[in-house]
Design a protein around this ligand. Sequence first.
Ligand SMILES: [Zn+2]
Length: 242
Amino acid sequence: MHLAEHSWTDARDADTDLALLPVGSTEQHGPHAPLGVDFMSAAAIAEAAAEQFEDEHDQEVVVAPPIPVGIAEEHRAFDGTLWVTEDSFRAYVSDVLRSLAHSGFDRVVVVNGHGGNTGALFELCARATRDGDCYAVPFTWFDAVDSDLDLGHGGPVETSMLLAIDPDLVREDRYPEAAAGAGERFGVWAGSTNLAFDFDEFSESGNLKDPTPATKEEGERLLAASAAACVEVLEAVSDRER
Ligand SMILES: [Zn+2]
């Protein structure tokens, strides 16, 4: 049940305490991929997971509208990137969790599509749970699935995912530009210490890894595998004693 597409009376009558909250980012992903990759991926995985869960169990799942801006200042050198501070993000997502709980949707899996959000999400989910607002856990899709392709950033894995979700948004004619300016590794390292704070310090085109090996088939496999992994978490969150 997509919250944004239903009325308040539908929400009142929904017989469930389960919700999925997609969270992402609006940030550069190289010249070939749109700025919305992270929240679009999170939203698509949440939608597929809710569908699968509802097919397998006799219970609805509320899918909240995606939160499209996250912690992404590291991409500020690339135009169009939007970000909020960690404090704003923690406060905002926590408020959204509390409002979901207020309607009775107080077992929540936060479906995350952006690496920069993970630390803050873990912290705010722990806070909301410890304070008794709701039971919330973060799920980051690319940590939950394996691929033979490189993850990178705007690399073959994310590009494959987008080819499965909305292929018109991928500019395959710009793969050579993306490949030429790609970073090979996240960060600039002195031993185990990362000396870099911003992405343009180690990638000229904004992406890490050449996106060329991306395929729609791999994207469809990743989407299904991510949804299945998310369903597993949702089942555990649904069953867990509080
Ligand atoms: Zn991304």
